[in-house]
Write a protein that binds this ligand. Structure first.
Ligand code: AMP
Ligand code: MN
Ligand code: MN
Ligand code: MN
Length: 276
């Protein structure tokens, strides 16, 4: 059985490896099919695709879209998209456009909490002039000694109710799904276990997602407990959604699950790659 990893980041968003390095690492670790899914961005896809050919690895062009649903932020993966799709490219540019101004507000919020100049601190970790994310603030907060490691940052900072959190409106769910589908891709709800919703709202979310044209959910993610994997496999079967798997790899030292280290999908689900 080929080994799939359909969720990974490069320096074109908030990953630590270039697309070339990411593909080489995936190939060395036994990944047969890799998707690059940078946040709101396709600019790394060309380099990854060239390197994948040399490394004898099957490459899937992708992106992870930031979406607002009710008062939550969701991530929707677009998998096997056509990177030249004008509709998708315009949509991603629209999502990215708000990030710089949001980053300034994050900086101001941290300043209010007694951490000055975080915006410029975060900028030093930015690796693409097209995109700044909370991950870059997290790296600054670690370097400045406010927190020890990545997993602690998002408990004490940058999340609702904590310093460095700001509200922000991303793309709407139906438009994000439409951009992905118009680009020939499959829309997959990333790490559904991470959203802080009551069971009732979760069911509404998954149903709305499917009814808006969503194709699948990420059943296997390092964000999920074993119980959540079972739950989401069950949701996928019941709602007629495909199942995906991805390490959400961001780089050495930051991700607990490395490229190629995801287990097999549970039985009874239809993999998102079933007809690829
Ligand atoms: P942004 O798109 O700017 O809101 O940044 C979101 C990114 O922050 C995610 O893609 C992760 O890389 C990182 N992140 C968010 N929450 C966590 C968490 N609990 N643990 C580790 N990284 C996180
Ligand atoms: Mn990220
Ligand atoms: Mn995500
Ligand atoms: Mn991700």
């Amino acid at each position: 059985m080929p080994r799939y990893d359909l969720h990974a980041h490069s320096t074109h968003s908030d990953g630590l490896l270039t697309p070339l390095e990411l593909v080489q690492r995936a190939a060395a670790r036994g990944v047969d099919v890799l998707a690059l899914t940078d946040h709101d961005e396709l600019s790394g896809v060309a380099e990854a695709s060239v390197e994948a050919e040399a490394a004898n690895l099957r490459f899937i062009a992708g992106a992870e879209l930031s979406v607002s649903w009710r008062d939550l932020t969701l991530h929707v993966l677009g998998l096997r998209i056509d990177p030249s799709s004008a509709g998708l490219r315009d949509g991603l540019a629209k999502i990215r456009a708000g990030r710089a101004e949001r980053a300034r507000r994050i900086g101001a919020s941290l300043a209010d909490a007694g951490i000055p100049d975080a915006y410029h601190g975060a900028l030093r970790f930015v690796t693409s002039d097209r995109l700044i994310s909370r991950t870059h603030f997290a790296r600054f907060l670690i370097e400045a000694g406010h927190v020890r490691e990545m997993r602690d940052v998002f408990k004490r900072y940058l999340v609702r109710g904590k310093p460095g959190h700001v509200e922000h409106r991303w793309a709407e769910l139906p438009e994000a799904i439409a951009w992905i589908r118009a680009a020939g891709g499959r829309a997959v709800l990333a790490h559904p276990g991470r959203y802080k919703v009551a069971p009732m709202a979760l069911r509404e979310l998954l149903t709305e997602f499917r009814d808006a044209g969503g194709d699948g959910i990420e059943v296997l993610s390092p964000s999920h407990t074993a119980a959540q994997v079972t739950d989401f496999a069950c949701y996928a079967r019941r709602l007629g959604l495909l199942a995906s798997s991805g390490s959400d790899y961001h780089g050495p030292g930051e991700s607990y699950v490395d490229l190629g280290d995801m287990p097999s999908l549970p039985s009874g689900v239809t993999p998102v790659w079933h007809d690829w």
